[in-house]
Design a protein around this ligand. Sequence first.
Ligand code: ATP
Ligand code: SF4
Ligand code: MG
Length: 381
Amino acid sequence: MSNKEEKGYLSAKESRRISKENKKVTSVLEKKYRRKNESEEEYLTFMEDTNNAVEVRDLHTYFFTDMGIVKSVDGVSFDVPIGKTVGIVGESGCGKSVTSLSIMQLLQRPQGQIVSGEIRLNLGDKAYDIARINAAGAQKLRGKYMSMIFQEPMTSLNPVFRIGKQVDEVIALHNSEMTKEDVKKRTIELLELVGIANSEGVYKMFPHELSGGMRQRIMIAIALACSPKLIIADEPTTALDVTIQAQILDILRTLKDKINSSIMLITHDLGVIAEMADYVVVMYSGRIVEQGTAEEIFASPAHPYTIGLMESKPVVGKRVDKLYSIPGKVPNPVNMPNYCYFKDRCEMCVEKCDGDYPEFISLSPTHKVRCYRFYDQKEGK
Ligand SMILES: Nc1ncnc2c1ncn2[C@@H]1O[C@H](COP(=O)(O)OP(=O)(O)OP(=O)(O)O)[C@@H](O)[C@H]1O
Ligand code: SF4
Ligand SMILES: [Mg+2]
């Protein structure tokens, strides 16, 4: 590899070659995704455990860019049990949003593609593999069985339509039997449910007339309009101040219990995870490095990255001169090393760390970590 390529520079010729190759791969995947007249058989599947709302297995989602292939999600597996909240944490760019956009089939196509793996969604009487579904099939699932709340509600709401119309639309889309009056009644009910006092007034307002907190409530109302089995909340409160944040989380938690759905909660904020999550998944550079129950992750974090995350969190009553920050930066996503991705930043390295990327080691039936520091435990078994 030339010096320039190592630094991430590519010649125009090389870039064109990559682009041509990418097109070959993505056009096959696109054709498959856009196929018409599919039969349900093509994506019917079985849940490993019917108590799970979602089972993600060995998911690989790549972006085919002109600089090369970015393996944004590289072999990720986890469960979201029914009625539970799973928190996903990790540094910016580690693949949290791409994981959720894969589940929703909302990837930026054609560059973004699920290249392999399974995403099993439990519909009650049957299960679908979202990784194999086509565009029309995914459209039917979104809103009704799974929905997503984004970080910035202003960009998710359409600025030119009134709030009421936007909520009505989602309800009407999935409930063709409902009359116009019934739809409006349901919208008003939903607005009240998410804590909007002047529901009739807000029904007639435009998004810009509402505060950030109010808009996020509307997004929650839209997400919950059809009582979905899975709610994905991607940094739902990052743009809000702390008191509104607490209210929004409270609404989310209460409504989740009311409709017995599951939440996949993505956040940088470990405080939010501690308060909301039953299980925690820690991601680093497109892979899961540790997963367990919230108690396990908070009481005995095992991966040096998770330990670093915990240390960089401010603690009330503990005076420090400087908050801890994990040294170094994440590797170049186009050119990942073949050893542990955290090695260049790790302060706990052992001799074995020069080896291949570590496999998962079970620390308990629910707690798993990918780190050589625990290999002795495995070998001792
Ligand atoms: N449309 C895209 N085109 C190319 N690469 C992308 C695209 N979207 C995401 N990626 C890459 O995929 C990787 C994972 O991105 P992702 O958005 O999932 O990160 P994240 O964990 O959600 O980060 P953040 O906390 O900043 O939201 C990053 O390396 C990013 O550059
Ligand atoms: S495998 Fe080694 S380098 Fe990687 S996180 Fe564990 S101790 Fe650090
Ligand atoms: Mg993100």
